[in-house]
Design a protein around this ligand. Structure first.
Ligand code: NDP
Length: 452
């Protein structure tokens, strides 16, 4: 692998200046591209055939972007309007594939960063998956079930024009879980008159969903951490772990850590975090799942049952001393100061369950100090099982849980070895370079084969 030189820095700077000029104000998108450029551009210098075909430049431009109005009626009969999006980034490897996010922070910059990241992540799974992302600036918090249904129906009224089992296959993300995927699927079926099980993934088991899809992203992050620790002859057994978030990814990441013998000390939501020094065990986790999935309550309610735990409003869990950290909530939730605190507290590994949870300076600090798994590698388990959900839908059969979990474990192991191959350094693996370059090579080869 090429050592980065001042030639590379100047090239990256010029490249980024052009990208920022063409995509003004899209700071999250700039951040995601800058991180990948730092790995891929020095690699391209050594492999100039990619440069001749401006493959990397092409990868930073989505194939197309749809932006649409979503009208719906609230419980008071008031008409409300939101903005919906679908960013189809790259279909060199397969149909566009990536989740839908319903959150007030959703904008074009966030969806472009997520779609761009998805290109590399999906390539790493070795499955035939292109990359996309979508969603709306709709806030599901506090909405009734009927309001959620009405919103999903209206959203699909426009989205259905752009998706299909061989075109673009959305799934869930923040604010879009099994319930929402079910409502979206029902509306697609009503509009088209077609039972196209392969049009969405993350579906309920009764209509084409896959076993362990719900768990896959979180399980995969824990498996990836195990792979990294194994390179040092260690495992999660007996390790103190801090997890952020309490949604889908966080819950199942915690579940697998516990199953592998680790001790989960924290979980959080957008209001604050809980710290249970006795450890969040299976029973406590079941209670958190009930609070979040059924009661749709705040994480602080944990204390009404588990009195020895503490609640830290407005804070993030990185101040709690631990051996491993799993940011599983949202982007930019772990900054350089947090990273320094983790290292000071002798944290040995960070595996990103969420997308881009660490700021760029935090990433650059952590990747040199400890085992650091970037999201596109560590959280690829979700989309990998989505890919296998599509395979099962095409075959019209379903694989059992044991088989699915063993396939997931194999996929995470294979992603780890690709990262190790492309990110090998003198005495360590740079997983950031490894994931970026491995994802780039697979996508670029397909793009070159397709011609211009
Ligand atoms: P959920 O909506 O199920 O959970 C999100 C969690 O993050 C909630 O606990 C939420 O708290 C918390 N959160 C949201 N915004 C903030 C914020 N600004 N500050 C602190 N906490 C916040 O989403 P998922 O678990 O599905 O997704 C979490 C992350 O994982 C995202 O980055 C997503 O893109 C990524 N991801 C998800 C995959 C999946 O399969 N679901 C696949 C790959 C990546 P609150 O309850 O207060 O909103």
């Amino acid at each position: 692998m090429a050592k980065k030189t001042s030639y590379d820095s100047t090239h990256i700077k010029n490249f980024m200046a052009g990208l920022v000029r063409r995509n003004p104000h899209e700071t999250e998108f700039h951040q995601a591209v800058h991180e990948v450029a730092g790995s891929v551009m020095p690699f391209i210098r050594e492999n100039p055939r990619y440069a001749d075909h401006i493959v990397f430049e092409r990868m930073t431009e989505p194939d197309r972007v749809f932006i649409f109005r979503v009208l719906w009626e609230d419980e008071k009969g008031q008409v409300r309007a939101n903005r919906g999006y679908r960013v189809q980034f790259n279909n060199a490897l397969g149909p566009y594939k990536g989740g839908l996010r319903f959150h007030p922070s959703v904008n074009l910059s966030i969806l472009k960063f997520l779609g761009f990241e998805q290109t590399f992540k999906n390539a790493l799974t070795n499955l035939p998956l292109g990359a996309a992302k979508g969603g709306a600036d709709f806030n599901p918090r506090g909405k009734s079930d009927r309001e959620i249904l009405r919103f999903c129906k209206s959203f699909m009224l426009e989205l259905f024009h752009h998706i299909g089992p061989n075109i673009d296959v959305p799934a869930g993300d923040i604010g879009v879980g099994e319930r929402e995927v079910g409502y979206l699927f029902g509306q697609y079926k009503r509009i088209t008159g077609e039972f196209a099980s392969g049009v969405l993934t993350g579906k309920g088991l009764s209509f084409g969903g896959s076993l362990i899809r719900r768990e896959a992203t979180g399980f995969g992050a824990a498996f990836f951490a195990e792979e990294m620790l194994a390179t040092r002859g260690e495992s999660l057994e007996g390790k103190k772990c801090i997890v952020s978030g309490s949604g889908n990814v966080a819950q199942h990441c915690a579940e697998k850590i516990i199953a592998l013998g680790g001790r989960v000390l924290t979980m959080s939501d957008s209001d604050g975090f809980i710290h249970d020094p006795q450890g969040i065990g299976e029973e406590q986790l079941r209670h958190i799942m009930h609070l979040k999935n059924n009661k749709r309550a705040r994480i602080g309610e944990y204390l009404s049952r588990y009195k020895k735990a503490s609640y830290h409003p407005g804070k993030r869990p990185w101040i709690v001393a631990a051996d491993a950290a799993f940011p599983c909530a949202t982007q930019n939730e772990l900054d350089k100061k947090d990273a320094e605190t983790l290292v000071k507290n002798k944290c040995a590994a960070v595996a990103e369950g969420a997308n881009m949870p660490s700021s760029e300076s935090a990433v650059n600090f952590l990747r040199r100090k400890i085992l650091f798994a970037p999201a596109k590698a560590a959280n690829a388990g979700g989309v990998a099982i989505s890919g296998l959900e599509m395979s099962q839908n095409s075959l019209r059969l379903s694989w059992n849980e044991k088989e699915m979990e063993s396939r997931l474990r194999d996929i995470m192991r294979e992603i780890h070895s690709q990262c190790a191959k492309y990110g090998a350094r003198k005495n360590r693996v740079d997983y950031v370079d490894g994931a970026n370059i491995a994802g780039f090579v697979r996508t670029a080869e397909a793009m070159l084969a397709h011609g211009v």
